[in-house]
Design a protein around this ligand. Sequence first.
Ligand SMILES: [Zn+2]
Length: 105
Amino acid sequence: MPERYPPPGKYRVRNYMGKDRVMVVKCGGCHRIVRYLVEDIAAVKGEDWDITCPPYPCSTCGTRDAMGVFLKEATKADVGVMDIRRPWKVVTIQKWKTVKLGDKV
Ligand SMILES: [Zn+2]
Protein backbone atom coordinates (compact mmCIF):
# COMPACT_ATOMS: atom_id res chain seq x y z
CA MET A 1 0.00 0.00 0.00
CA PRO A 2 1.51 3.36 -0.99
CA GLU A 3 2.21 5.86 1.77
CA ARG A 4 0.05 8.90 1.87
CA TYR A 5 1.88 12.17 1.25
CA PRO A 6 2.08 14.34 3.23
CA PRO A 7 1.99 11.94 6.17
CA PRO A 8 -1.17 12.39 8.24
CA GLY A 9 -0.61 14.80 11.12
CA LYS A 10 2.54 16.40 9.72
CA TYR A 11 0.96 19.75 8.95
CA ARG A 12 -1.21 20.21 12.01
CA VAL A 13 -1.65 23.77 13.27
CA ARG A 14 -0.14 22.81 16.63
CA ASN A 15 3.22 22.28 14.95
CA TYR A 16 3.28 25.81 13.55
CA MET A 17 1.98 27.89 16.42
CA GLY A 18 4.12 30.89 17.22
CA LYS A 19 3.52 34.38 18.40
CA ASP A 20 3.92 36.08 15.03
CA ARG A 21 3.12 33.30 12.58
CA VAL A 22 0.69 34.36 9.89
CA MET A 23 -1.31 32.03 7.65
CA VAL A 24 -1.71 33.67 4.24
CA VAL A 25 -4.57 32.37 2.10
CA LYS A 26 -4.69 33.41 -1.54
CA CYS A 27 -7.70 32.72 -3.73
CA GLY A 28 -6.80 31.53 -7.22
CA GLY A 29 -10.25 32.48 -8.48
CA CYS A 30 -10.39 36.17 -7.61
CA HIS A 31 -6.85 36.74 -6.22
CA ARG A 32 -8.12 37.91 -2.83
CA ILE A 33 -5.53 37.54 -0.07
CA VAL A 34 -6.56 36.97 3.55
CA ARG A 35 -4.18 36.66 6.50
CA TYR A 36 -4.88 34.92 9.82
CA LEU A 37 -2.77 34.48 12.93
CA VAL A 38 -1.97 30.77 13.27
CA GLU A 39 -2.87 30.91 16.98
CA ASP A 40 -6.35 32.23 16.05
CA ILE A 41 -6.85 29.33 13.63
CA ALA A 42 -5.84 26.93 16.42
CA ALA A 43 -8.32 28.56 18.81
CA VAL A 44 -11.24 28.53 16.36
CA LYS A 45 -10.59 25.42 14.20
CA GLY A 46 -8.62 23.38 16.73
CA GLU A 47 -4.96 22.44 16.94
CA ASP A 48 -5.53 19.41 14.69
CA TRP A 49 -6.53 21.61 11.75
CA ASP A 50 -4.41 20.89 8.66
CA ILE A 51 -2.43 24.07 8.02
CA THR A 52 -2.40 23.39 4.27
CA CYS A 53 -6.21 23.69 4.09
CA PRO A 54 -7.87 27.10 3.87
CA PRO A 55 -10.00 27.58 6.99
CA TYR A 56 -12.91 29.12 5.07
CA PRO A 57 -14.04 29.38 1.46
CA CYS A 58 -13.31 32.66 -0.30
CA SER A 59 -15.86 35.22 0.85
CA THR A 60 -15.64 37.04 -2.48
CA CYS A 61 -16.12 34.25 -5.06
CA GLY A 62 -17.09 31.33 -2.82
CA THR A 63 -14.44 28.87 -4.03
CA ARG A 64 -12.48 26.59 -1.72
CA ASP A 65 -10.77 24.56 -4.43
CA ALA A 66 -8.32 27.01 -5.99
CA MET A 67 -6.85 28.45 -2.80
CA GLY A 68 -3.22 28.50 -1.84
CA VAL A 69 -1.96 28.60 1.73
CA PHE A 70 1.49 29.59 2.95
CA LEU A 71 3.01 30.75 6.21
CA LYS A 72 4.80 33.99 6.93
CA GLU A 73 6.68 35.27 9.93
CA ALA A 74 5.41 38.74 10.77
CA THR A 75 8.12 41.33 11.27
CA LYS A 76 8.21 44.65 13.08
CA ALA A 77 7.63 46.34 9.73
CA ASP A 78 4.24 44.56 9.48
CA VAL A 79 2.93 46.01 12.76
CA GLY A 80 0.26 48.59 12.06
CA VAL A 81 0.39 47.88 8.33
CA MET A 82 -0.60 44.25 7.66
CA ASP A 83 -4.33 43.44 7.51
CA ILE A 84 -5.20 40.41 9.66
CA ARG A 85 -8.56 38.65 10.07
CA ARG A 86 -9.16 38.14 13.80
CA PRO A 87 -12.03 36.45 15.61
CA TRP A 88 -14.39 39.23 16.54
CA LYS A 89 -17.83 38.38 17.77
CA VAL A 90 -20.11 35.37 17.67
CA VAL A 91 -23.54 35.88 16.15
CA THR A 92 -26.44 33.57 16.98
CA ILE A 93 -29.21 33.15 14.44
CA GLN A 94 -32.81 32.32 15.34
CA LYS A 95 -33.99 29.52 13.04
CA TRP A 96 -37.69 28.91 12.31
CA LYS A 97 -39.50 25.79 11.18
CA THR A 98 -43.10 24.99 10.38
CA VAL A 99 -44.80 22.39 12.58
CA LYS A 100 -48.37 21.29 13.19
CA LEU A 101 -50.24 23.12 15.90
CA GLY A 102 -49.70 21.20 19.12
CA ASP A 103 -46.43 19.55 17.98
CA LYS A 104 -43.46 19.89 20.23
CA VAL A 105 -40.71 22.11 18.87
ZN1 LIG B 1 -12.04 34.24 -4.45
